[in-house]
Design a protein around this ligand. Structure first.
Ligand SMILES: Nc1nc2c(ncn2[C@@H]2O[C@H](COP(=O)(O)OP(=O)(O)OP(=O)(O)O)[C@@H](O)[C@H]2O)c(=O)[nH]1
Ligand SMILES: [Mg+2]
Ligand SMILES: [Zn+2]
Length: 326
């Protein structure tokens, strides 16, 4: 005979809700569930099941939590990830995987038109990383208030180059607010990773579109940045119109160097039509005779910038460098 009422079997405090992990602080996770943030722990068994991961739960994970009477939560399920950016745990060549952010809708590469000037090598590394992880990538050229007449040709060239390759390109000034609205619209409702070299204005731009973020700006110290990547965790900042954004300078080191040399060219969209025409199926489009990619470059069908970016990344893969960005 069923003696227990449903209330007794599942008391009100024992509720399961869905949420998104927005911050990890080691043993606690901040889970945004509905309109609030619930400090949560992970059930012990996930730790045992996922021995290859340094941390079973990543920022961006969709989870189910059980609410405890004391307002904390227990993560009871982690939903399948649609994608992730990860890196190897420090100090090992083939180390354990550390997922930095999961379930990303788009990566935004921020560059400035001046101070510092655009860095196609950086752009292409991140584009390859995004292509390899099946993540949409887009570009912003910030600080357009600083353009001088002599900067225009180079900027027009880069905008045309990446637009023709199928990437979305926005021009902004975090200082005057120009283009900021288009950038805000693009981020709304999405989980976006914002990356770019130090000083291009990532934090200033994010503060411009979401004043409540109050990100620190103006810090330019290679040394500190280095420490920051290794010691702190990424965090998702909720946007007031919906969506989340991650401000990180560190995506450069994720993933690219785990590619096989022959794989790399597949992540350069304009190389793809030529790949089947190389004499050798294992062609790395570097020194091999009968290379259709090199021929396309010599015929101006592939730009010098992109071909050189390709060779640079190829060589860093060959060298097995794990941290070429620094
Ligand atoms: N003129 C001008 N200056 C800008 C603009 N955006 C940012 N800055 C300035 O550029 C400097 C660097 O900006 P940050 O937002 O700190 O750059 P960041 O990309 O976040 O740099 P890191 O956090 O070191 O990776 C600051 O002094 C900003 O005021 C812009 O659109 N125009
Ligand atoms: Mg910043
Ligand atoms: Zn080739």
């Amino acid at each position: 005979m069923p003696a227990d009422t449903p209330e007794k079997i599942a008391p009100p405090a024992d509720q399961f809700v869905g949420g998104v992990v927005i911050r990890s602080t080691g043993s606690w996770y901040d889970v945004q569930a509905g309109g609030r943030v619930v400090k949560s722990k992970v059930r012990g068994k996930f730790r045992l099941e996922d021995q290859d991961l340094t941390n079973p739960v990543a920022v961006g994970d969709q989870v189910t939590i059980r609410l405890n009477p004391d307002d904390t939560g227990l993560i009871t399920a982690i939903h399948e990830r649609k994608n992730k950016l990860s890196r190897r745990a420090a100090g090992r060549r083939v180390g354990r995987e550390q997922v930095i952010v999961a379930n990303i809708d788009a990566v935004w590469i921020i560059q400035s038109v001046r101070l510092p000037r655009p860095n196609p090598g950086f752009i292409d590394r991140v584009l390859v990383t995004a292509e390899a992880h099946d993540i949409e990538a887009n570009l912003v050229f910030n600080k357009i208030d600083l353009i001088r007449p002599k900067d225009s040709d180079k900027l027009d060239f880069l905008v045309a180059l990446y637009t023709d390759l199928g990437y979305r390109v926005l021009l902004t000034s975090a200082k005057t607010g120009e283009g900021a609205e288009a950038f805000r619209d693009a981020l709304t409702g999405q989980t976006s990773v914002v990356t770019g070299p130090s000083g291009v204005g990532k934090s200033t731009l994010l503060n411009a579109i979401e004043p409540g973020l109050d990100l620190r700006t103006g810090e330019v110290s290679a040394k500190t940045r280095k420490g920051r990547h290794t010691t702190t965790h990424a965090a998702l900042f909720p946007l007031s119109d919906g969506g989340f954004v991650v401000d990180t300078p560190g995506i450069r080191e994720f993933g690219v160097l785990d590619l096989e040399p022959w794989e790399l060219s597949h992540h350069f969209p304009e190389f793809r039509p030529h790949l089947a025409h190389c004499r050798f199926p294992t062609c790395t489009h570097d020194h091999e005779p009968g290379c259709a990619v090199k021929e396309a470059y010599l015929n101006d069908e592939i730009t010098e910038e992109r071909y050189y970016s390709y060779l640079n990344i190829l060589h860093s893969i060959h060298l097995g460098e794990k941290d070429v960005g620094r």
